[in-house]
Design a protein around this ligand. Structure first.
Ligand code: SF4
Length: 273
């Protein structure tokens, strides 16, 4: 059994199950499912909790093919294609020319179009964990966004990093992060203990899965070299982007998609210094 105990002395698994059962909405949860280790953990916990939910995978167009194949093995996961306000499917390949610049560490417009905005009006469950990234350190167990007042409650009143309830006036959404305080070891221990299926890329040394070529990744260049088809699609999108910049009368020193790609890697190296 999972040996880690939480601050209330309860088993982490039991605590996550209770969180899910406590807040279960009548219409069921909307599970934002990425296919990563945290997502498969939360999905398994939801099954163990016996709560009603529908799982959704947002087709980013830049996930590793191995991950997409893995997600397809779940019969109950719905593939959602991001669309714009005209109903046109949005992909990284049409987004880059439209935005007339590559996504960067500072301007990550692609997240907004490809990953966020799903589950509007629903009670969303995610596999977000505080330990996963610095950005997520402040994420709470429950984020509520349908009131005009801002309110926070903590899992542990003496530990401000463990918010239980966050009522955000700007987000019209309720979000439950049932494993927000789990460590990476907790996740792997759970997956091994309960034989939860996971994407084979983890066995090839990947610690995190997601968009290939993400400007936030420290392995952007090597990820793209590993996926030559996706690399080619970026280069083509950059070429269309150059055309769009010219049409809009924007200054550009880039002549080819390869030049943009090399700037992109260089830009990243610069930003990381
Ligand atoms: S490439 Fe990175 S920044 Fe863009 S959608 Fe994917 S995770 Fe977000």
């Amino acid at each position: 059994m999972l040996h880690q105990m939480n601050i209330y002395g309860k088993d982490r698994v039991q605590q996550a199950i209770e969180r899910l059962q406590t807040f279960e909405p009548e219409e069921g949860y909307y599970l934002a499912f990425s296919g990563g280790k945290d997502s498969v953990t939360v999905k398994a916990l939801m099954d163990m909790a016996g709560v009603k939910y529908d799982a959704h995978y947002s087709v980013t167009s830049v996930d590793p093919p191995e991950l997409v194949q893995f997600v397809k093995t779940f019969n109950d996961v719905i593939f959602d294609y991001p669309t714009d306000c005209d109903g046109k499917v949005v992909t990284m390949w049409n987004l880059i020319p439209r935005k007339r610049m590559p996504p960067t560490r500072i301007v990550r417009y692609c997240c907004k179009y490809l990953k966020e905005g799903n589950g509007k009006g629903r009670f969303v469950v995610t596999g977000v964990r505080q330990a996963e990234s610095a950005k997520r350190k402040g994420r709470s167990g429950l984020e509520l966004g349908d009131t005009k007042t801002s309110k926070r409650e903590m899992l542990d009143p003496d530990n401000p990093s463990q918010e239980l309830i966050h009522i955000c006036p700007t987000k019209a959404q309720r979000i439950l992060n049932p494993i927000v305080d789990w460590s990476t070891d907790d996740v792997w221990e759970f997956i091994n203990e309960y034989n939860v299926p996971y994407c084979k890329l983890y066995d090839e040394g990947f610690e995190r899965l997601g968009c290939v070529g993400c400007p936030m990744s420290t392995r952007q260049e090597s990820e793209l070299n590993r996926q030559p088809k996706i690399k080619k699609l970026y280069i083509r999108a950059f070429e269309r982007m150059i055309e769009e910049r010219k049409k809009a009368g924007l200054e550009t020193d880039w002549k080819t998609g390869e030049e943009v790609l090399s700037w992109w890697f260089g830009d990243k190296r610069k930003e990381l210094k």
